[in-house]
Design a protein around this ligand. Structure first.
Ligand SMILES: N[C@@H](CCC(=O)N[C@@H](CS)C(=O)NCC(=O)O)C(=O)O
Length: 111
């Protein structure tokens, strides 16, 4: 990973309590997996930062190296890698995602 990619990723993760590395933007996701995570975060009323990895191949590869995770999307919460689409969807469906984010003061505990 290039030093500039690492710096950009570090900075995005540090400055956003919830940070989503995705394909496309929340308004215009360009992959169904990214879209699914956006829909879940929006449903929960989460405030999150996002980065479109399709705009920068160094970030697209860099985030995989950074997290040691082979795919996009990738969700970070308070500096910790939480997972990709399958993990986020599973946490949501099991009713675990709202309390996970609420305990960190990032969303309300109730809808
Ligand atoms: N099972 C994955 C699905 C995501 C996925 O397979 N992403 C692929 C296709 S969008 C990917 O990022 N491939 C590498 C790449 O496009 O750089 C998850 O839980 O997030």
């Amino acid at each position: 990973m290039t030093a500039s990619a690492r710096e950009e990723i570090d900075s995005a993760i540090k400055s956003n309590d919830i940070m989503l590395f995705m394909k496309g933007t929340p308004q215009f996701p360009q992959c169904g997996f990214s879209s699914a995570v956006v829909q879940i975060l929006d449903y929960l009323g989460a405030d999150y930062g996002s980065m479109n990895v399709l705009e920068d191949q160094e970030i697209r590869q860099g985030i995989k190296d950074y997290s040691d995770w082979p795919t996009i999307p990738q969700l970070y919460v308070k500096g910790e890698f939480v997972g990709g689409c399958d993990i986020i969807r599973e946490m949501f469906e099991q009713g675990e995602l709202r309390p996970f984010l609420a305990e960190k003061g990032l969303i309300t505990a109730e809808a």
